[in-house]
Design a protein around this ligand. Structure first.
Ligand code: HEM
Length: 410
């Protein structure tokens, strides 16, 4: 618990209610007004009732993410130690995302040795070919952009990179949906939990068999490279291989899909923005970064303090949970002028925290930027594109925020 001196005065209770709202179903259709209401209590809002502090400011969130005192995955680690986790959590616990220090560096090093800039750069022509093919198939009729482009594209790209079979893409879509629901879904029904557990068992069997095959008969692709790292050097255990393969599959899919869907909607909702996109001489990283800043496909994350840390001028003891509202930090007026407006040529768009910061900075950032540049470059060739949906539908997930459907016409 926080020191007595930090307990909020009774009149500060509205702060608790406002922070709570950000983490509730109320945040689904449009969390931004809720972030602003909570931010009105400060860029850093202590929540002693939860032994936590909610962080809305860009500078403060960035400082915590980069601090060695901030630890990721503490709750999962402790739960695994005392054997209090579901099968699905057990499966995901060896993900690099939930590790810190040398253990994290080792896992990240092994995966990034295979996920090189050259391997990423080589995807560009393939991505372009896929996007053109997907869009051409839909010309002249209304279609669901989420189902026909935003979801299948990242799945096809990461499936190809991992060296997985194209025939299993539908299966991967379902499995990674389960991972996303486990990590940020708000539906906790027993039926859903049972489905997630079933999917975890299937994923384990699928990747275990595949890793065995790939060790015996290496194929091109990241998974073979990871299976070889495990085999030859004994450095990546089976459980680690499995968890990190699932991480690449899921991280490279839900997030990018949500960026494409929400990015199109945002450009359509702001008057004149689509025409501006179509007229841009060069669709580069600035546009990709501004869409990332504006849509924040990963809306929030968290870290536990492993040592005392000063945040926003106040000391917080070890054990405090920091709630990091990346999406709110990306709309912090102190860092981004006119933050609630898309500015396709924003000079400092790259300072966003959509990929987090520090040791867990998104490993797939260059791939995500590449996919975004290509997708929006190709979409810009349709200056008349219009959204047909009156009320876009959102997935029931407050962490990985995205549309479940977006009807458009090219
Ligand atoms: C980590 C965002 C695409 C792989 C992260 C984190 C964020 C993020 C915020 C850090 C989470 C935390 O620290 O709590 C995004 C966004 C993407 C995207 C917004 C697309 C728009 C990708 C892609 C891949 C990928 C395409 C790979 C194929 C990873 C991995 C990590 C990670 C492996 C864990 C890194 C670590 O723990 O060291 N991503 N990501 N991501 N991302 Fe991404």
């Amino acid at each position: 618990t926080l020191p007595e001196s930090m307990l909020p005065e009774p009149e500060l209770r509205p702060a608790l209610a406002d922070v709570q709202a950000v983490y509730s179903r109320a945040a689904l259709p449009d969390p931004y007004p809720l972030y602003e209401r909570a931010r009105s209590h400060g860029q850093v809002v202590p929540v002693p009732e939860w032994n936590a502090v909610a962080i809305f400011g860009h500078e403060e969130a960035s400082q915590v993410l980069r601090s060695p005192a901030a630890l990721s995955g503490q709750q999962i680690g402790q739960a695994v130690e005392v054997g209090q986790v579901s099968e699905a959590m057990q499966l995901l616990a060896p993900m690099m995302l939930f590790h810190n220090g040398p253990s994290h560096a080792r896992l990240r090093g092994l995966v990034s040795a295979a996920f090189t800039p050259r391997v990423v750069a080589e995807q560009e022509e393939l991505v372009r070919g896929l996007v053109r093919e997907m869009l051409r198939a839909e010309e002249g009729r209304p279609f669901d952009l989420v189902d026909k482009l935003a979801v299948p594209l990242p799945v096809a790209v990461i499936t190809g990179m991992l060296g997985l079979s194209k025939d299993d893409e539908q299966q991967f879509r379902a499995w990674t949906q389960s991972v996303a629901e486990l990590l940020g879904g708000i539906d906790q029904s027993p039926e859903l939990m049972a489905r997630i557990e079933g999917d975890a068992r299937e994923m384990r069997a699928y990747f275990r068999d595949l890793a065995g095959d790939l060790r015996a008969h290496p194929q091109p692709g990241l998974l073979s490279a990871l299976a070889a790292a495990e085999d030859e050097e004994g450095r990546l255990s089976s459980a680690e291989l499995l968890a990190n393969a699932v991480l690449l599959l899921a991280a490279g899919h839900e997030t990018t899909s949500n960026l494409i869907g929400r990015g199109v909607l945002a450009l359509q909702e702001q008057p004149g923005a689509w025409a501006e996109l179509a007229a841009l001489p060069d669709i580069g990283n600035t546009l990709a970064d501004e869409l990332l800043r504006f849509t924040s496909p990963v809306q929030l994350t968290g870290r536990a303090l492993g040592a005392p840390l000063e945040i926003g001028g106040q000391m917080y003891p070890a054990g405090t949970h920091t709630m990091l509202l990346l999406a709110a930090a990306n709309r912090d007026e102190r860092t981004f002028t006119d933050a609630n407006r898309l500015n396709l040529t924003r000079a400092n768009a790259g300072r966003h925290l959509a990929f987090a910061s520090g040791p867990h900075y998104c490993l797939g950032a260059s791939l995500a930027r590449l996919e975004t540049r290509v997708v929006f470059g190709e979409l810009a060739r349709y200056p008349k594109l219009r959204v047909l949906e009156q009320t876009p539908q959102y997935r029931p997930n407050i962490v990985l925020r995205g549309l479940s459907k977006l009807m458009v016409e090219l």
